[in-house]
Design a protein around this ligand. Structure first.
Ligand SMILES: [Ca+2]
Length: 280
């Protein structure tokens, strides 16, 4: 197994952890991070790292937004996809204020799910209608739609494929032009499948997913599906901020330029910038 140091969300105080990973990398013979070795599947896997968090910044978030997709697109703006029949939408949102700068609605009965940006297009899944919508990134004008089997939950991209979760432990990679499934990975933690993978974000070569109805985010090796890290966000939305319709954690976004990591949830009144801390 090639260990590749990844610094997203880690603080300078985590330097010893990074040095350990770097040492492991240097001690691994013939390690070629860009081409996973066939032997990697049989090599003993190091246990998943465990993290807690610290809140760096707190921003307003529309408590009527049943968040199903979240992506940072630069200039302190986010794209957000929301769900529920008759309340589903695609939005461009100002980070600092939470104000909705642009919005298109999905007509009922569609239940909006994950979103991602590839090129100048936005792709948006629906939950059970096996139909995705494509929009122009700037104008939100409809560009087309696409079909897929099963359910649509989370969506992200590695810059080449659309990467889709569907409520199971399997993640699909889709050709963004033909929407054919090019490969799949089965996500496992210590050899056990991890189902209910929901909102996704591709961060510095890893797939990051929150698990439905939990306070947990996992870091996934996109080559093998192995969970390499488990992030516990318990308590991030204070009890005083909960309303009767406050729902679960859902929504991960990342700004690669500044390495800011954002999370929110369905109908949460807050969106958080967080950093990861190794769990002792
Ligand atoms: Ca996301």
């Amino acid at each position: 197994m090639c260990l590749r140091p990844s610094s997203f969300g880690l603080q300078p105080s985590d330097l010893p952890t990074l040095l350990l990973a770097l040492t492991a990398l240097l001690l691994t013979p013939a390690c070629k991070p860009s081409t996973p070795s066939p032997a990697s599947a049989s090599a003993p896997a190091s246990p998943a790292a465990h993290y807690t968090y610290t809140i760096v910044a707190t921003y307003p978030h529309d408590p009527e937004a049943f968040t199903q997709g979240l992506q940072y697109i630069g200039n302190n703006t986010l794209l957000e996809g929301t769900g529920l029949p008759g309340k589903s939408s695609l939005r461009r949102v100002d980070l600092a204020t939470g104000n909705v700068l642009k919005r298109v609605n999905l007509p009922a009965p569609y239940f909006g799910e994950g979103i991602t940006v590839l090129g100048d297009r936005i792709y948006q899944l629906t939950w059970q209608h096996q139909k995705g919508f494509i929009y122009d990134l700037t104008t939100f004008a409809p560009v087309g739609n696409f079909a897929y089997t099963g359910e649509g939950w989370g969506l992200t991209t590695d810059g080449h494929s659309l990467i889709l979760s569907d409520g199971t432990a399997t993640i699909r990679f889709l050709n963004p032009d033909t929407f054919a499934v090019t490969r799949t990975i089965d996500v496992t933690l210590d050899g056990r499948p991890i189902p209910r993978l929901n909102e996704l974000e591709y961060i510095e070569g890893e797939i990051v997913a929150n698990i439905w109805q939990t306070h947990t985010i996992v870091r996934i090796d996109p080559a093998t599906g192995r969970v390499t890290g488990v992030i516990d966000l318990t308590g991030i939305l204070p009890a005083a901020e909960h309303r009767p319709d406050t729902d679960v954690l859902n929504g991960i976004a990342y700004d690669p330029a500044t390495k800011r990591l954002f999370v929110t949830g369905k109908n949460w009144p807050r969106l958080f910038e967080i950093k990861l801390l190794p769990k002792s």
